[in-house]
Design a protein around this ligand. Structure first.
Ligand code: F0G
Length: 427
């Protein structure tokens, strides 16, 4: 009798099962798919434990590698190492900051910022991309696509180049930060600027999958989420597998919300953690369909026309809604929304602490501030905020902020003559 497969695709509600090597993104009745692994077998094979991951050494492409593939047996257990397309993603820092924690009135030794902007292309997307592009190759796909507010396109472009696959990215006209467009162009992918918003681009990508056989690398692709689980596992390892009270992060298409829920659920199932952390998902007020659905006890998602300065999360019709609701149920999670002004203020604090992150990432910190004020997050609790993208992704927002006199933390440049007396005035 052939052995049962160790990993399968499974629809999230009705539990319909499909083989891992079938190219599909939803079940026959349109449900999202999970990648499900047989953890009982994996646990026995590898003696999975906290210590196992502390002691483990991983070599990929002849180089010692932590990060995403440190957890290979919980992501794609059967992939041959030589078939992995990786840029050593992950291994990002977990910062403590005196300045930011004092602004938030949190204890310095209980507040952490996990900086996913330190990935190869400057955002957390690389963690999912290494897994999904590896699968694209395994599934013998020729062309990979995505709809993007910028970071996914930058990541896809870099990995498609490495994998020698044709890349095609769709971005909404006038709504993608310059750092991100530059990356897509520079890494050599075909960039299509769509006269529409992100949600229009996403619709096109789903149609292109059916009609043009173009393989989507958006977070609707369940392999993307397998890679993004490692943001949580890596953080937990950095905290000695001690579970923080809160993980706080921004929500757009809700891929991270979905992946993080799966990560803590699986860590609990595997005995790596002994309690569940709580999640707080932060949305920009002008792009907050998930927040509104939360307020209505998740009776349904009402899509909306999105508007926010944090273009990365300018999304009104999140594709991972049902998985994200599940994550919040697992983690007794909450959703908050913050204004663009609150995002910019939080960003000025994160930036001036010498850490820095793009606007969407700083929704995290603005959300923490608001949740502390509301008494949801208690001053003594341990909080991990996820910074999702690099400060250099969106330089225009920074320059605009600092050139405006009314910005509370404005730090404008000054023109001077080339004379020492001019310099002296500033010391
Ligand atoms: N933060 C940044 C910097 C992002 O680029 C994104 C999503 C998010 C947060 C939201 O994450 O979708 O998992 O809820 N960016 C996508 C893109 C949509 O196309 O780059 P999510």
């Amino acid at each position: 009798m052939p052995a049962e497969p160790i990993s399968i695709l499974k629809s999230i509600n009705s539990g319909k099962v499909y083989p891992l090597n079938e190219v599909r993104f939803t079940s026959d009745n349109g449900e999202l798919l999970d990648v499900i692994h047989d953890f009982e077998r994996i646990k026995k094979q590898h003696k999975i434990s906290k210590e196992y991951f502390f002691k483990k050494r991983v070599i990929i492409n002849d180089q010692p590698s932590g990060g995403v593939w440190h957890f290979k047996e919980l992501i794609l257990p059967e992939i041959h190492d030589d078939h992995i397309i990786s840029k050593q993603e992950g291994n990002t820092r977990l910062y403590r900051s005196k300045k930011v924690s004092s602004w938030l009135a949190l204890k310095q030794d209980k507040f952490y910022l996990k900086h996913e902007g330190e990935n190869p292309t400057g955002s957390f997307k690389d963690r999912g991309m290494t897994v999904a592009i590896t699968m694209a190759k395994q599934l013998k796909q020729k062309a990979v696509t995505c709809a993007s507010t910028g970071n996914t396109s930058a990541s896809l472009a870099a990995y498609a180049s490495e994998a020698e696959l044709t890349g095609l990215v769709l971005i909404p006209k006038g709504n993608v930060a310059v750092g991100k467009i530059s990356q897509a162009l520079a890494y050599g992918t075909k960039t299509l600027v769509v006269n529409g918003d992100f949600d229009d681009c996403m619709r096109l990508i789903r149609e292109a999958q059916e009609k043009l056989s173009a393989y989507p690398l958006n977070s609707i692709n369940p392999f993307r989420l397998e890679g993004q689980k490692t943001i949580i596992w890596e953080t937990l390892m950095q905290l000695n597998w001690n579970v923080p009270d809160w993980f706080v992060f921004p929500g757009g298409n809700l891929g991270n919300t979905s992946a993080f829920g799966k990560a803590v659920f699986e860590a609990y199932e595997l005995g790596l953690i002994d309690r569940m952390p709580r999640f707080a998902v932060i949305q920009a007020e002008g792009a907050s369909p998930f927040y509104k659905a939360y307020k209505n006890n998740f009776t349904g998602l009402k899509t909306e026309k999105a508007e926010t300065i944090a273009t990365a999360i300018k999304i009104g019709d999140p594709v991972n809604y049902t998985k994200a609701v599940r994550s919040l149920k697992w983690t007794n999670g909450i959703v908050e929304s913050v204004t663009d002004e609150e995002i910019l203020e939080a960003k000025a604090h994160v930036d001036s602490a010498g850490i820095g992150a793009e606007p969407a990432s700083c929704a995290t910190v603005a959300g923490i501030k608001k949740l502390i004020a509301a008494g949801e997050i208690k001053p003594k609790e341990t909080v991990v905020g996820i910074l999702t993208g690099n400060i250099l992704k969106d330089p225009q927002v920074i320059v605009d902020y600092h050139l405006k006199k009314k910005s509370p933390l404005a730090n404008p440049p000054y023109d001077i003559e080339a004379a020492i007396g001019e310099m002296k005035k500033f010391l």
